[in-house]
Ligand binder design. Structure first.
Ligand code: FES
Length: 69
């Protein structure tokens, strides 16, 4: 099962999925390990998170409980 965990003020952690580019070619990832995908736009290794969200002070929207209101 694919699971996407939205980290507070950080990346999306994805398990159980392949990451492919627009041609369908897979990015090399370590099997069985979570993949951190950038959602702040500042990574120099897109689509992967490189920790730049910390440097830029990325502030994300609130969590799922707040989104239900
Ligand atoms: S979320 Fe980590 S570099 Fe963008």
């Amino acid at each position: 099962m694919t699971k996407i965990t939205v980290k507070a003020n950080g990346p999306y952690l994805v398990t159980g999925a392949d990451v492919v580019d627009e041609t369908g070619a897979s990015f090399p990832v370590e099997a069985g390990k979570p993949i951190a995908l950038c959602r702040c736009g500042a990574s120099h290794k897109k689509p992967f998170c490189d920790g730049s969200h910390i440097k830029i002070g990325f502030k994300a929207a609130e969590g799922a409980a707040a989104a239900k209101k």
